[in-house]
Ligand binder design. Structure first.
Ligand code: 5GP
Ligand code: ZN
Length: 113
């Protein structure tokens, strides 16, 4: 996807601080961190958001959650953390490539803004 920022990060056209990578996903630091730990986890497959996932993506989506769990442990977020997926306009999604925010290192409020 030529115009997709996260596809450009995946192809190396846009540089970023890679934190974890395997054949299915990439994790990197958010450019505008909202917490001491703010990692974005994205599938290598271009999927716009959760409206575009199907049965074929079940293994990928499960894998992402396991990666997030490992990243939380690696970052010593033993007291907890927040995982966020912003979907669509109302969800506040600004980059149109499925991504999960792993936020930690501070206490979060509820409800979110
Ligand atoms: P969204 O608002 O779509 O849920 O999240 C998009 C996230 O991507 C935002 O937290 C934003 O700070 C981050 N972001 C936007 N552009 C870049 C970039 O060029 N590099 C990195 N590492 N993060 C970015
Ligand atoms: Zn993309």
């Amino acid at each position: 996807m030529e115009d997709c920022l996260f596809c450009k990060i995946l192809s190396g056209k846009v540089s970023t601080k890679k934190i974890y990578e395997d054949d299915k996903v990439l994790a990197f630091g958010d450019i505008n961190p909202q917490a001491p730990v703010h990692i974005l986890v994205i599938p290598k497959k271009h999927i716009v958001n959760l409206n575009d996932v199907g049965e074929d993506d079940i293994v990928l989506l499960g894998h992402i959650q396991v990666v997030i769990s490992k990243l939380a442990r690696n970052n010593k977020l033993f007291d907890g953390y927040r995982v966020v997926n912003n979907c669509g306009v109302d969800g506040g999604q600004t980059v149109q490539h499925l991504h999960y925010h792993l936020l930690g290192g501070r206490v979060f409020g509820w409800p979110p803004g």
